[in-house]
Design a protein around this ligand. Sequence first.
Ligand code: CO
Length: 199
Amino acid sequence: MKTLKHFFDRNSRWASSILAKDPEFFATLSKQQRPEYLWIGCSDSRVPANQIIDLPPGEVFVHRNIANNVVHTDLNCLSVIQYAVEVLMVKHIIVCGHYGCGGIRAAMENTEHGLIDNWLRNIRDVGRLNSDLLQGLQEDEKLDLLCELNVKEQVRNVCDTTVVQNARNNGAELYVHGWIYNIKNGLLKDLGGSTGTDS
Ligand code: CO
């Protein structure tokens, strides 16, 4: 069996480099996590949450799935949102999509991809709901716009969860942000979001 030893070497060097700067870093962090941010992003290997926003361990609670979807029957994502909001009491939920998303591209195609087509169904619905905006566009423009529209739809889905609704009704300060990441230049763009009074 291959043990991927080089990863353990890299890990050891990484941990040492952190300790060189702050000898108490892991000891302090091991006692509790107090992240202010929940990140809901795509599983794409080019879109790693902590690195994009340049935050160290302990600063952001992360959920990732294909095409950063928030589906109301997905107990995994809903449990993450509930824990983040009710236990960790995060102040910001960030839904971050990215241009060139393979999940969004697959949803636009008419070919079969197997099990994942059931997941991509949600994105197809976003496309159908926004067909007037998407029609007539070139394929690449259509893909980019659908990536943005999907983020906005998932922001709405986050706001519509009972967890977020209850938290806001109980006076929690909770902001939901829609962002998109450009894999061609490493930059984020803010697509707007919801403060709780505008949804
Ligand atoms: Co993606």
